[in-house]
Write a protein that binds this ligand. Structure first.
Ligand SMILES: Nc1ncnc2c1ncn2[C@@H]1O[C@H](COP(=O)(O)OP(=O)(O)O)[C@@H](O)[C@H]1O
Ligand SMILES: [Mg+2]
Length: 248
């Protein structure tokens, strides 16, 4: 099992400098292509967990392996290479508002082209075509040349997904991607995210605080509470009493 896992966490611990124990001995093994939701109350450690995986936060102890490789001591270009395989989707979608949708998507390619390009004309034609084809996959091909801030919140988050996909990641991590959206837009965004990950075999780790969305859109649900992993199972296994325990 573990040999097929794209991501393995062993005894991952995070104590912030002020003494907050945010994660306590987290063990988790995720197979390639699985869509996993992380749920739990506010302050449980969900964001810390995601940030430890791409090492935006340094774990205090434990090990993290991605594609069989220990990433705990990587620095510089080796760390950047690992991060280039992880697409990030953020709560506030983090688009450059005054810039065209397609340029925002192409920012996903910057890890490959190496430098910040000023205008669309400076990207290679095949990158522009790739970005257009990905925008089509999130239903936004007709919005490619609109400014990002002309789109609705849900559309902007679909651009955020397109940008992550443009990076050709093996893992996508999303930290509360639907927190600022209404239920209808949330469902559309989660549908695109799940379907694209499934079609492309991308592993997804999605922090959500809405249990009903986690149950609807994931293969597996992991719950954290006060830094401890308190549930790990299928949506069907996450029963009402278990949900009450997680959020009590
Ligand atoms: N940079 C930080 N310094 C100190 N404590 C932090 C920091 N970031 C988060 N925490 C604390 O760590 C715990 C887990 O936070 P977080 O991972 O953001 O939880 P969640 O995403 O589940 O809401 C909380 O008690 C939070 O206050
Ligand atoms: Mg959080």
């Amino acid at each position: 099992m573990e040999n097929d896992s794209i991501l393995v966490l062993k005894n991952v611990q995070k104590n912030y400098k002020d003494g907050t124990a945010a994660l306590n001995k987290i063990n988790l093994s995720i197979p390639q292509g699985q869509v996993v939701s992380i749920i739990g109350p506010s302050g449980a450690g969900k964001s810390t967990l995601i940030r430890c995986i791409n090492r935006l936060v340094e774990p205090t102890s434990g090990t993290i392996e991605i594609e069989g490789k220990d990433i705990m001591n990587l620095r510089g270009k080796h760390l950047r290479k690992v991060r280039s395989k992880i697409g990030m989707v953020f709560q506030g979608h983090n688009l450059i508002k005054r810039v065209q949708t397609i340029q925002n998507v192409l920012h996903g390619r910057l890890g490959y082209t190496g430098s910040i390009r000023g205008s669309l004309g400076m990207f290679e034609k095949r990158d522009v075509e790739l970005a257009l084809s990905i925008l089509k996959r999130v239903g936004l091909e007709t919005h490619a040349y609109k400014r990002a801030d002309e789109l609705s919140g849900g559309q902007q988050q679909r651009v955020g997904i397109a940008r992550a996909i443009c990076q050709k990641p093996s893992i996508i991590m999303a930290d509360e991607p639907i927190a600022s959206l209404d239920p209808a837009a949330s469902r559309v965004v989660m549908n695109y995210l799940r379907n694209i990950c499934k079609e492309d075999g991308i592993t997804a780790i999605i922090n959500l605080h809405q249990v009903e969305f986690a149950k609807e859109f994931s293969d597996r649900i992991v719950a954290v509470k006060s830094g401890e992993l308190v549930f790990d199972g299928s949506p069907e296994e996450l029963t009402e009493p278990k949900i009450r325990h997680i959020y009590s």
